[in-house]
Design a binder for this molecule. Sequence first.
Ligand code: ATP
Ligand code: ATP
Ligand code: MG
Ligand code: MG
Ligand code: MG
Length: 257
Amino acid sequence: MATGKLEYVRELERGNRLPNFNWIVVRIDGWHFHRFSEVHQFDKPNDARALNLMNSCAVSMLEKFPDIIFAYGDSDEYSFIWSEKTNFCERQESQILSQSVSFFTSVYVMKWGEFFPTQELTYPPAFDGRVICYPRVKLVRDYLKWRQADCHVNNQFNTCFWTLVKSGKKKSEAQKYLAGTQTAEKNQLLREFGIDYGALPAMFRKGSCVFRDKVEEGVKLDGGRKPGEETCRRVRVDYCDIIGKEFWDQHSEILVE
Ligand code: ATP
Ligand code: ATP
Ligand code: MG
Ligand code: MG
Ligand code: MG
């Protein structure tokens, strides 16, 4: 049967072109990773193997999609900032979102054994994703500040929680003990257990940033590519403070109004 007569159903497909001149943020988050992390015996509160796996997947994302200009991640989530100029998939929301989530997920599965050589992957992990559009650099910066502040709050809480649990408290007791405590009290609690919060690994405290190295003028690039061509710039992971302005002053090429 010829398809001609049936093509009209395509008209029912809903397109959704994301607005031009907006930075596109795709945030993915592990589905039920509370359980996933228990089943796969993650160290608590922070399993460095799992964070490094997430970071490696994010690096693959920037290598695969040149229009992603920056990524930030912590715990089981990652935010990918797409250039405001991208015309990837004609800026169709469903395509950008589904390609981001499915590519990240399959890389996560492929690289599992590299980061967890002694822990079998016992069931297929899944990630959800959402898209947010921001028309101003300030909003993108504030978005990233928000995620890093969230990382800090969660990590400080989790560090206290697991310190109490490892010292013999029940989870419900630890939860109750910490309810309503302020930052200073949490730091005090950690000090009593001999933990200097500020000395914990930056990857745990600050989360991870993924971006491309600057191309210095006059540097010869591999493969004869011209400076400025995204694919020849090394993608790096760093645990930067993105709440203050220093990072953005030093990397002013990433987000340009
Ligand atoms: P949802 O499906 O709603 O996202 P979730 O169980 O994934 O539910 P989140 O709020 O996303 O809940 O929290 C992720 C949880 O995964 C954390 O609370 C933590 O228990 C666990 N987790 C994620 N990454 C790590 C890690 N690197 N080390 C230890 N635990 C982790
Ligand atoms: P796009 O990214 O736009 O979807 P595409 O290369 O995936 O591009 P499709 O129109 O989706 O293009 O077509 C899928 C192509 O994949 C087919 O044309 C065929 O070449 C190949 N293919 C898919 N499944 C099979 C299969 N089971 N056996 C052989 N070839 C296959
Ligand atoms: Mg979620
Ligand atoms: Mg989750
Ligand atoms: Mg999460």
